[in-house]
Write a protein of this length. Structure first.
Length: 143
């Protein structure tokens, strides 16, 4: 079992690296986002106006590290900060129109890349893989 787990770990690293590189190169409109930045955009879209501390908590990083991560996306005009009218200390994060376009293009390009990557699997194998990953993901504990 240990050798199969080691082999699985190595394969996950190879596939993960390929997916991350795909995210970096899939959108070429003059902006280049890392996998972490892209995931930040996706998280913010999904959670509609999260606070900076929510981003830090989601990525399990410190608030100053989250600020650095977000600063780059704000500079690229993909994100904007929105201050809460009731509490000026609370900073909400929102996707800009450019951020929405960038995220949509990136997801579409990434899906095309993944379709090619997983084309080596039959329809049944893809279903099995999804079911296996769902089973594993249910066992992942989040804080």
């Amino acid at each position: 079992m240990e050798s199969s787990i080691s082999e699985l770990l190595a394969l996950l690293f190879v596939i993960g690296r390929s997916i991350k590189e795909s995210m970096r190169t899939s959108v070429t409109d003059g902006k280049s986002a890392s996998f972490l930045q892209f995931e930040t955009l996706r998280y913010i879209k999904e959670h509609r106006k999260p606070l900076m501390r929510d981003v830090a908590h989601y990525f399990r990083i410190t608030p100053p590290a989250a600020t650095l991560l977000v600063d780059g996306l704000v500079r690229e005009k993909l994100l904007a900060r929105s201050f809460d009218a009731k509490d000026r200390r609370a900073v909400h994060l929102v996707l800009t129109e450019a951020g929405h376009r960038y995220l949509t293009r990136g997801i579409n390009a990434h899906l095309m890349r993944l379709k090619k990557l997983f084309a080596v699997l039959s329809a049944d194998e893809r279903i099995q893989l999804v079911n296996i990953l769902k089973k594993i993901s249910k066992n992942i504990k989040t804080p």
